[in-house]
Design a binder for this molecule. Structure first.
Ligand SMILES: *Cc1c(COP(=O)(O)O)cnc(C)c1O
Length: 480
């Protein structure tokens, strides 16, 4: 029977199998006409259900043929210029190459004796990122599975540094537009149910620092302990960037840990044109970056950085079989000492290959392009009477909604926008996201594909208006 283990004897089989898979994906990417086929879960589920997992095909080509039916044909393709929905990017080729290498070699970055050079490469990239942020010479950090984990780890460190025995009294301040992982983390960290104080945002969806100052003062007056302020460097919904210098100043005054969640806005760290939009990030105690959002990296690739590397000790545990304490004295670099994970992917290799092939400017220019595109989209929307657009973008997100010419009940406008999003998804012509603003349904473009053009945006807006008008027309018919 054929061996499926990857080793010296099967190198040729490996080459053939992987090449066959690569050929399929390459052909797929070249021929997808729409970002999605519009398939429903009800249609797809039986196809996946009827496969007998206890009867293998014993054949790579047959398995790939089957994969076409159950996955590849109907996947949602982020490389398509009319995929405009969530914070997903098309990926750059050097990173995909890195991914192929890292999974074949299968290093685990928990200890030096499972990774060697991999550990040093990750460390270089942590230092590189910290230097881009401007965190200073004592900075350190570690790669994580994503922004959610980075935020959790940052808040764990902040909790430990807050040095109090009563978790009940700790408070975390984050804007109402911050990511829900802040509240999830507070729960996981054993804080009280009302630990996260929601700070209102201004018209541009940036944290109101006057309100933050007020809440910090109240916290102190009430005998509570301010544990951290989470400033968002690019909110998920609007791409808005909290006023980092003012927040840093308040954190200094009140002696509070400043965390910057730059999961989305970290692309500005490589930007050629817009780096100044994230100025103030260098004053953070900890920073979350998601390379898999604005560095065009495959999922997952993310990191948490800290100003003072020594605080990472709060995540350090020793095991005799893995990273005994003596190794610290022997100066053996074990990344597990800094991580919430144990076995951990060498995701850093993707960023390494990207920087070595394209350079930071290459990535930054791509992000600049989508920021410029968002601004163009904003101008289109602002000039179009069919739409109401919420804020001028600081990054690459547009939140807007269709508004009919005739006076229409607000709930009906909500339904028209919801319908347009669903109808568009079902058609597969484009994929857009949705959110709520002031309790009303809005639509959202998250632009992360430099191949998307202003014409694509205009065309998708026409499709949306068409679906919404059709819905309203039909609902008039229903009423009469
Ligand atoms: C996406 C996002 C996160 C969560 O990151 P994941 O990589 O999805 O876990 C956290 N914060 C912000 C602002 C985000 O946009």
């Amino acid at each position: 029977m054929r061996s499926h283990l990857l080793n010296d004897l099967t190198a040729e089989d490996y080459r053939r199998s992987v090449t066959e898979g690569v050929e399929r994906v390459a052909a797929k990417l070249a021929t997808t006409e729409r970002p999605f086929t519009g398939v429903t879960a009800d249609t797809l589920a039986p196809r996946i259900e009827q496969i007998d997992l206890d009867r293998p095909l014993h054949d790579t080509t047959a398995a790939l043929d089957e994969l076409e039916e159950v996955y590849l044909r109907d996947a949602v393709y982020f490389h398509h210029p009319r995929y405009l929905a969530h914070l997903n990017c098309p990926v750059v080729i050097p990173a995909v190459l890195g991914e192929a290498v890292l999974s074949a070699v299968n290093s685990s970055l928990d200890t030096w004796d499972q990774s060697a050079g991999g550990t040093l490469i990750e460390r270089r990239l942590v230092d590189w990122t910290a230097a881009r942020i401007g965190l200073g010479l004592s900075a350190d950090g570690v790669f994580t599975s994503g922004g959610t984990q980075s935020n959790l780890q940052a808040l764990l460190l902040a909790r430990e540094e807050a040095k109090t025995d009563s978790l009940d009294r700790l408070r975390v301040f984050a804007s109402e537009a911050s990511h829900f992982s802040v509240r999830k983390s507070a729960k996981l960290l054993g804080l009280s149910a009302d630990a996260v104080v929601s700070i209102p945002v201004d018209h541009d969806r940036r944290m109101q620092t006057v309100a933050l100052a007020h809440e910090l003062e109240r916290c102190r007056r009430d005998g509570l302990v301010p544990m951290a302020v989470v400033a968002t460097g690019g909110t998920t919904d609007f791409g808005s960037i909290d006023p980092l210098p003012e927040i840093a100043e308040l954190c200094r005054q009140y002696g509070v840990w400043m965390h910057v969640d730059a999961a989305y806005g970290c692309g500005l760290l490589a930007s050629v044109k817009y780096r100044d939009r994230i100025d103030g990030i260098e004053r953070a105690d900890s920073v979350t970056v998601d390379y898999h959002k604005s560095f065009f990296q495959p999922v997952s690739s993310s990191a948490v950085l800290v100003r003072d590397g020594a605080v990472l000790r709060h995540a350090t545990y020793h095991a005799d079989y893995l990273n005994p304490r003596r190794m610290v004295h022997e100066r053996i670099p074990n990344q597990v000492d800094k991580s919430l994970q144990t076995t951990r992917r060498f995701d850093a290799l993707k960023l390494w290959m990207t920087l070595r092939v394209m350079g930071a400017d290459g990535i930054g220019s791509l992000f600049d392009e989508v920021c410029d595109l968002a601004d163009e989209g904003w101008r289109l929307l602002a000039a179009d009477p069919r739409f109401d657009v919420v804020v001028r973008p600081s990054l690459s997100t547009l939140v807007f909604r269709y508004i009919p010419a005739a006076v229409t009940a607000p709930a009906e406008i909500d339904r028209a926008n919801l319908h347009a999003r669903k109808a568009l998804f079902a058609s597969g012509d484009a994929v857009v996201a949705g959110t709520k603003v002031g309790g009303r349904h809005y639509l959202k473009f998250t632009l992360l594909n430099p191949e998307t053009t202003a014409d694509d945006i205009a065309a998708v807006l026409d499709l949306i208006a068409g679906h919404a008008e059709q819905y309203l027309g039909e609902s008039v018919d229903r009423a009469s």
